[in-house]
Ligand binder design. Structure first.
Ligand SMILES: Nc1ncnc2c1ncn2[C@@H]1O[C@H](COP(=O)(O)OP(=O)(O)OP(=O)(O)O)[C@@H](O)[C@H]1O
Length: 599
């Protein structure tokens, strides 16, 4: 941190135990945001705090909350059953858990055993229900609650929980909590809390929340913005590398295997892309393409809470070189001091997220590097876009020897198991959906995407049928029936490695075939019937025509007979005439018919 102040200069008298805690944790000096926020928030001010990632905002609200609670306790105010003093809301389970651990590290220095200060975590989890949370709360009587919006809301709805004593509320990563993903739940929570309370909003990108901040019911808030020339911490260098999409995975492996770092976080666009590349990278250990000393972890939102927290714990405490493959679920707030490298497989959908992802390194004045891959072509405009937003980025020269047989290795791995093929397709489709959500939509355009290159990056052997591909991939570039390998695979014979899945697939295939056979039989019969009925109708109409002609002939003959009866003499003459005319016609027709006589 460039500017720092001695704790002695803080314009507020900290309680001795808090001061001891600060010293004990090795925080020799305050950070600028702590120096500005603590006195304001400890006084009776609502605060809106914006300061770069890793600048120590957590302590800037943890200390004021502890100050207030302990003062109340010392003043003899006793919490009644079902009440609590303070609520901290954060967008993810990981961050909530991290904030709770910051409270706990301070509370380890709190000397009063008679009236201990406690905190409780409220996050969605299959391991404990809301009811469990409520009973544990009633039993342990914590003064501080920390959690995610959904679980907090469910918890507060319980009749046993009383909100009247909640004097301080903090929204950490407030811009995220106030955006569409959480705004309804957060609003509902805030409406349940007393109006006479202090509120603090904290984030590195709070400005992006705009007028939403006024929906939090703050009274004359003080805005504390610790400004610098650029939006990223000075200790963090941000680089980009321009690549062809199909080469990106190889460049990623090159960086992971060859660049110096202790811990690295790699951001992928979706949960499915994390699990897909994680399993392929695990396989690459066996082929010798991944450095065997590397510890590799995966973390995403589809995992259970316990497993998410366990993975993060293992990655944080790992002593060897480690890589965490993850999504934006671990982009905000996560504080792992040893992370010195952040890689973005693709740029995130917003500049705020770009700052948060990069900000997982270069924290608290430690040196950190963030590298973002950009697909060759239009995505390079993202660099100018970031510069306009005061985010400094530099191109990183990167030369890597690309393996010629890499694509074949990837395909061979995919072809071993149909589940991998399906997984890859889902990851690819998820990426296309993700791409369409970019806020900088003039740069990240679906019509400019190199679909074949991206499909190769995902190790696809066949392009999936999807509207974006039919719309934006021109006919000349479209491979025959979408196949990216030659010869095409017989999909009916493409098996799952898992016997149960394979049995289910074969059963399904049989059913489909039977249904198709039945359908075919039905349509053949229909055709046959249709032909027969057409012929019948044709026959009928021919027969009808015969009958009609016979009737008409009969009618004419009868008419003639009647006329013959009416005037026999005339008829006789007429008849003679007829014979005559007929003889003449015959003569004429003979002449007409004999060309030799004309010569
Ligand atoms: N006064 C201090 N001196 C040294 N280190 C500090 C100080 N205060 C906090 N830190 C350390 O700085 C790191 C970053 O702090 P913190 O997580 O609070 O940052 P932040 O501003 O909330 O970041 P983000 O915006 O990414 O959530 C932590 O490891 C914390 O222990």
């Amino acid at each position: 941190m460039a500017r720092s102040l001695s704790w002695d200069d803080l314009k507020y008298d900290l309680q001795p135990w808090i001061r001891t805690a600060v010293d004990g944790m090795g925080f020799d000096s305050m950070t600028p945001v702590q120096a500005s926020t603590i006195p304001m928030f400890c006084g009776n001010k609502d605060v809106v705090v914006e300061s770069v990632t890793g600048s120590g905002k957590t302590i800037a609200f943890v200390i004021p909350i502890l100050e207030k609670i302990v003062k109340d306790v010392l003043n003899g105010s006793k919490l009644k059953k079902g009440h609590f003093y303070s609520l901290v809301i954060s967008p993810t389970r990981e961050l909530s858990s991290q904030i709770q651990s910051v409270y706990d590290s301070f509370l380890a220095y709190y000397p009063d055993d008679v009236c201990p200060i406690k905190s409780q975590l409220l996050v969605g989890s299959s391991a404990s229900s809301v009811r469990d949370d409520v009973s544990s709360f009633l039993e342990n009587r914590p003064q501080i609650l920390v959690g995610t919006p959904g679980r907090i809301l469910d918890f507060l709805k319980s009749v046993a929980i009383k909100t009247a004593s909640c004097g301080v509320t903090v929204l950490d990563e407030a811009d995220k909590l106030l955006d569409v993903s959480f705004e309804k739940e957060v609003e509902a929570i805030l409406n349940m809390l007393p109006k006479q309370r202090r509120t603090g909003l904290f984030s590195a990108t709070i400005s992006s929340a705009g007028d939403q901040i006024f929906r939090t019911g703050m009274r004359n808030p003080v805005k504390i913005a610790v400004k610098s020339k650029v939006q990223n911490p000075e200790s963090l260098s941000i680089n980009y590398v321009v690549v062809k999409p199909q080469d990106k995975l190889q460049y990623l492996l090159h960086i992971l295997n060859h660049i110096q770092y202790r811990k690295c976080i790699v951001y992928f666009p979706t949960c499915t892309s994390v699990t897909y590349f994680y399993s392929f990278m695990k396989h690459l250990f066996s082929t010798g393409d991944m450095n065997e000393d590397l510890g590799i972890y995966s973390l995403h939102g589809k995992l259970q809470t316990t497993s998410r927290l366990n993975t993060l714990g293992k990655f944080s405490s790992s002593l060897s070189k480690s890589v965490l493959l993850t999504t934006d679920v671990a982009a905000r707030g996560i504080d792992i001091p040893e992370v010195d490298l952040v890689l973005q497989f693709d740029p995130p959908t917003s500049t705020e997220m770009f700052l948060h992802r990069c900000g997982r390194t270069g924290r608290a004045n430690r040196v950190g590097k963030a590298i973002t891959f950009l697909n060759e072509g239009r995505e390079e405009d993202f660099v100018n876009f970031l510069e306009v937003k005061n985010i400094e980025v530099d191109e990183m020269p990167l030369t890597a020897k690309l393996m010629e047989d890499f694509a074949d290795k990837f395909k061979a791995w995919v072809i071993q198991d149909r589940a991998r093929f399906d997984h890859g397709i889902r990851a690819f489709v998820g990426f296309i959906r993700y791409y369409s959500k970019h806020t900088a939509s003039s740069i990240f355009r679906l019509q400019s995407l190199d679909y074949i290159g991206v499909a190769k990056l995902y190790g696809l052997i066949r392009l999936p049928r999807m509207p974006e591909i039919s719309k934006y991939l021109d006919n000349d570039s479209m491979p025959h029936e979408g196949w990216l390998i030659e010869p095409a695979l017989d999909l009916d014979k493409f098996a799952f490695a898992n016997p149960q899945m394979e049995r289910a697939r074969l059963d399904e295939l049989k059913k489909v075939k039977e249904t198709n056979d039945k359908k075919k039989l039905k349509s053949d019969l229909k055709k046959k019937n249709a032909a027969w009925s057409n012929k019948t109708s044709a026959k009928e109409s021919k027969g009808e025509r015969k009958v009609k002609m016979a009737q008409r002939r009969k009618a004419i003959e009868e008419k003639i007979a009647r006329e013959e009866e009416r005037d026999e003499s005339e008829e006789e003459e007429d008849w003679k005439d007829m014979v005559r005319r007929s003889k003449k016609r015959k003569t004429f027709s003979q002449i007409q018919g004999d060309f030799s006589e004309l010569c």
